[in-house]
Design a protein around this ligand. Sequence first.
Ligand code: HSE
Length: 400
Amino acid sequence: MIKIAVMGYGTIGSGVVEVLETNRDSIAKRVGEEVEVKYVLDLRDFPGDPIEKKIVHDYKEIAADEEVKIVVETMGGVEPAFTFVKTMLEAGKSVTTSNKALVAEKGAELIAIAKEKKANFMFEASVGGGIPIIRSINACLTADKIEEITGILNGTTNYMLTKMSNEGSEFDDVLKDAQAKGYAEKDPTADVEGYDACRKIAILTSLVAGQQVDFEKIHTEGITKVSAVDFKYAKKMGKSIKLLATSKKTGDSYSAMVAPHLLAPEHPLYNVNDVFNAVFVHGNVLGDAMFYGSGAGKLPTASAVVADVVDMAKHLGKNIPVEWSTEELALEDYKNTEKQFFVRTSVDEAAVKEVFGDVTFVKADGVAGETGFVTGTMSEADYEEKAAKLGNVLQMIRLA
Ligand code: HSE
């Protein structure tokens, strides 16, 4: 019997307990013995809940119990999660977390402690919810140099953009709907400003580069400025608008960015709708691969956490190497990357031609008093210079 502890009995933590109970027999077969939750750490008590008697309020009680070999962290946030996880690893226990804030900021450090202690620190659920993207990068795509990872990594914003596209509604209205359905939080900032997707692409980039990526250095734009008018233009061009988190190899480094993009129907992520997530990977020998599925929610996320528990239970006393050093990766300046830009401006076509030269004008149905156009391929720096010269830019969305 393998004894584990769950730190944080919120949505994901209770999902982990539920998954372990629902699939008790098949999980036991895969591990080779039963997995039992010995402790649940939470500030609250849960009278009447089946885990009532397992509740503890002091993480040190778990750290001191040598019978506990595996700990699940589903509290969220960097502190006190970092202190708790570090203590568990230092006590020789393996830890799995769903906490992207913790992994993005402290991943390399926690991986190093796990290695020293012949334990494991796993974080499958921190990116893409139930989609097995971390294990795929660490254990499957090991023959490749990964040249690109582009993902729809946030379910809330993908739901909102899909609804705006289908119904022609405005951002504020779909946000209210997403909050009512429980997809968006009361304070939706982390999702709608792209911070959540930013931490996830930082984690993926750190893994493929083998070095720490500072998420604060990733250029990040959210979806708050995307409007119903933008979708009218998108429809005219036959494209969809998606919040992409992307990382591309440029020489010895990577160029990473989070921003809304216009996608043509041929793009592999064009049809990823609603709360679903997907990750497109291009490897130098593999070519293209796509991972698609439930990127958020209680049970999909818990499924990934429990898969880590199973993996760690099968490797007790043995560290599975993960290449992610604390040395910071100097990201390529995103302003050097080249692409096309869709622009809306209040100036006329002649003024646009004078600054941007040869462009493709787009006329959206029912939109008047402005000019929409797609530029030729140019660097972000070039675009910024020209946009400043043009002035009166109402919107800019990059083409994927
Ligand atoms: N808020 C996140 C999302 C949850 O909407 O994708 C999963 O990390």
